[in-house]
Design a protein around this ligand. Structure first.
Ligand code: AMP
Length: 277
């Protein structure tokens, strides 16, 4: 496994690869969720490239960029065990040189949900992912269902800008009690960790109602909200039942949908979702 820091180096290595190249962009502090993406790439592609970069432009001014957890040595060991071929760990000025001034702005699907709560977030995500795609030139790029809106945004960008790659989506990996794995879970105190199960409980409630034939999306949102409100440590940011493609809120569950939510547990903001399709 090779670990490289510069665009020149990764381009050199990329040119020598034969067959398909699977690419997994991450912000590091890896867990089984990230590794599921790597495993799937390993199965489907001839070579696997993983990037680790905590992208400053996708964090808002009051967000946790500085406090975002980092452990590069451990990440590299985990990736080695998975049989990763190349790890790209760019330095900041490699991605954003001083004169940097081009941005990728995906409209509409970025307006709601995470986009409403985090105004600059998806501009940062789309820009860094577009840059990484240009640098790595993958055949397929792997993203987690855990960040449902991110998947919609990336697919939109790839289609709109005719990027020559396939976007693969990997199901969310969860702890045994249902909490979606996330690098941010490390910030939860033991009490908060217990309380955090409420996200999964609300999503399984939505799934249960939907499976039993409930079509009224507002009824489901209301029941999810009521359930989360019973957890004293939880503060709701949003609860959504939306069209899986456009992310517009639904009145009636008459097409593929996704239940998603953002909830603050103490100071930690967690997101999760469940496809209803
Ligand atoms: P991040 O490092 O948080 O930017 O995540 C990198 C990639 O891993 C993204 O495509 C995430 O959606 C994906 N990911 C993060 N957590 C999980 C999880 N629990 N299950 C599946 N994929 C995940």
């Amino acid at each position: 496994m090779q670990v490289v820091k510069t665009v020149v180096e990764i381009r050199g290595l990329r040119q020598k690869l034969k067959g398909t190249v699977g690419f997994v962009p991450t912000m590091g502090y890896l867990h089984e969720g990230h590794l599921a993406l790597v495993k799937q790439a390993k199965q489907e592609d001839s070579a696997v490239i993983v990037s680790i970069y905590v992208n400053p432009t996708q964090f808002g001014p009051r967000e946790d960029f500085a406090a975002y957890p980092r452990d590069l040595d451990r990440d590299i060991e985990l990736l080695r065990k998975e049989g990763t071929d190349i790890v790209f760990v760019p330095l900041d000025d490699e991605i954003y040189p001083r004169e940097f001034s081009s941005w990728v702005d995906v409209e509409k699907v970025t307006e709601r949900l995470e986009g409403a709560s985090r105004p600059e977030h998806f501009r940062g995500v789309a820009t860094v992912v577009a840059k990484l795609f240009n640098i790595v030139q993958p055949t397929r790029a792997y993203f987690g269902q855990k960040d449902a809106q991110q998947v919609v945004v990336i697919k939109r960008m790839v289609a709109d800008l005719n990027m020559n790659l396939e976007v693969a989506v990997v199901p969310t990996v969860r702890e045994s009690d249902g909490l979606a794995m996330s690098s941010r879970n490390i910030h939860l105190s033991p009490k908060e960790r217990q309380a955090a199960i409420i996200l999964f409980k609300a999503l399984t409630l939505a799934q249960r109602l939907w499976r039993s034939g409930e079509k009224d999306a507002e009824k489901i949102r209301r029941q999810m909200t009521a359930l989360i409100r019973k957890e004293p440590l939880a503060q709701i940011d949003y609860v959504s039942i939306a069209d899986a493609q456009t992310l517009e809120e639904l009145n009636s569950l008459d097409r593929p949908a996704v239940a998603s939510l953002a909830v603050r547990i103490g100071k930690t903001r967690l997101i999760d979702d469940m496809p209803l399709a």
